[in-house]
Design a protein around this ligand. Sequence first.
Ligand SMILES: [Zn+2]
Length: 226
Amino acid sequence: MRFSVSTRYDFRSGSQRAAAGRKQLVSSVPAHSYKLVLYCTDPAWVPSEPGLVEACLRDEGVIAERFEFEATTHYLCGERFLDAVMFLGCSPAVSLQPPIAFDSAEALDPSRFCNVRFRQHECVTMLAYEIHNLAPRCPSCRSNYDEWRALVAAWRDDPGSATWNCPSCAAAGAIEQLYWRHATAFGRFFVEIWAIHPHEAVPSERLLHALEDCSALPWDYCYTAS
Ligand SMILES: [Zn+2]
C-alpha cells in the first residue's frame, strides 16, 4: 500500500496553500463547496471493478443522469435521493436540480445543487479537516486526543509510523481509527454528495449498508468544505 498527501485535501504548507489559492482564481468552483462524503472504513479500499459503486447507487435511486464539469463526471440526484440522504431540521432548503436551464456553464456549477461525484486517488488521502478543527477522540474511552496535529504531521512524513496511544486508557491504533467527529476521512475512494453543509444531512442506514455490500467492509461519512 502506498500513501501520499493530496495537495488539495490535506494539511498544506504555506506555499502549497498559496498555490491552491492561485488555482482557485481560475476555477469557477466557489472556495467553499460543502460536501457530505461517504467512505469505506478501510482506507486502502477501492472498487474491485469500475462502475461497481455507480451501479450500487443507481440501484438505490441515489443517482441519475451524468453531466460533466471541469473534466470530471457528476451525477444528478436520482428519484430516491431524499430517502438515502436524510436532511435534518424542520424545513431544509434542498436544491436537487441545477438552478437554471441545463445549458450554460453557470447552470452546471455543481456547488449550487445536490449531485454526486466519485473520487479515486492513487494513494491514501486525508480529506481537509477545516470545518470543526476539534481534537479527535479516542474510540475506546472517548477522551480527546490532543496531540492530533503532531500525529497528522507524522502521517504526512511517514504514514506507516503514524500511530497513536491514548494517554487516558492506553488504547492504540492507526490514525484513521481515531474518532474524527465526521470532520475528515482517510481513503482512496470517496463518494462526494455536493452542496450539503456540515450536519445538514446524514446518509441512511440502507445507503451505508448498500455500500458495505460493495466492499464487504463498513462505510462512514464526513463533511468537508473544499
Ligand atoms: Zn482512550
